[in-house]
Design a protein around this ligand. Sequence first.
Ligand code: 5AD
Ligand code: SF4
Length: 463
Amino acid sequence: MKQVYLDTYGCQMNVADTSRMELLLFHSGYLRTGEVEDADLVLINTCSIREKAEQKIYSLAGSLKPLKEANPDLILGVTGCLAQQEGEQMLQKMPFLDLILGPDGVENIVQAVDEVRNTNHPVVWTHFDSAKNYRIPELSNETPLHPGPSAFVNIIKGCDKFCTFCVVPFTRGREKSREAEEIEREVRLLVSRGAKEIILLGQNVNAYGKRGLDQPVPFHELLYRVASIPGVERLRFTTSHPMDFTRECIEAYRDIDVLVNHLHLPVQSGSNRVLQEMRRGHTVEEYVALIDALRAEVPDISLSTDIIVGFPEETDSEFEDTLALMERVEFSSSYMFCYSPRPDTPAQDFPDSVPLSVKSARLQRTMRLQDRLTGEQGRRFLNREVEVLVEGRTSKRGADFKGRNPQYWMVNFTGDREMIQPGDWVTVVVEEVFGHAFKGRAVSRVREGKRVDFKADAPAAIE
Ligand code: 5AD
Ligand code: SF4
């Protein structure tokens, strides 16, 4: 078999796209390798959401040039959002590349690679798929599909929100949902292969059902349907937009046992003027009201968010409003970014007026505040038992295994290596908090409905 080396940058959509390309290429005779030097095909799946991500990828692709010079048969490709954004231009900057393929071309990866081989010419594949429906065809059972305890399932692609700072609508195209029956079939398959936790994926999952379906199904209904599939023991989704977060979604959190008590809900800014310039479509007050309504139904829900600092013309006091909102909501974690202008976006034409030094100083302040908020919330779990789905072994000192609790904290813990395996449910006593992670000790395990309590003197981890 030929070998493919795949490298992924960016969001979970890209991680899912890489897995899909691995599967499609497997069917056409490629096995994935971890050694780039052994590969016949190298694909870098890229991100262009911020300037920094873009710079990193250009330097990485450049570093692969000697491989191509040493082996002219090697096919070197760039896929994903940066490929879509740059298209032909990328080939001009890096003529040693053989393939440029945007996110909508993932299903055509084999065809595109064949075209490169057959024509001996670079292929640029950046047109959007024009089909009304978003389908991910099922492949035969002979696939290397080993999902592990936690598996992603794409439910929607693209985004129609057009926030003024965001390149996603240009790189991933128009919003399109996948038929619920197809999603359910995939979930059943994953569960039959050992998955216990399903993570529904999309740029804006709660816009699910609005476009691209023959039979419209609202997002909350999809949640109930997936949750009722036997074997789905945990359900998560990411990412949501506050504008599409309905009362029915809140009720789903209240009513669906397997839906975890965690929500990632990007807010971006705590200033109404900035939110308006960002075209987010809601105010700070509306966001807070939504969170309050959710907490009224699910008091122990944890919330995470995305924050942008230094948006064009953001003043000191508008930035302070963002800090105040973070305090008010008490996010358990945040992804925090300095604004950078992106090609094609409306904000690219706004004056990028906040100096880099000010952006960096603001970013530091949001990070310090988030550290404090994370610490405060983490300490509430100290000496308490948390339920963890075991993902696997950890390389963290003083711990054997890792997994997550329902509120999405990473839990590293000690436990008997003979007694615990990935996919088990364990109860862990939290003993320490480190950033957005806990360290603790497993006290019991549930496997196939049977509970085993561990003795207090269970062997400790070897450091
Ligand atoms: N500059 C900085 N951050 C950005 N994000 C998206 N576009 C930009 C940009 N131009 C952030 C937003 C989004 C997350 C995925 O990336 O916070 O929610
Ligand atoms: Fe980008 Fe806004 Fe769509 Fe999120 S909702 S992907 S920030 S355009």
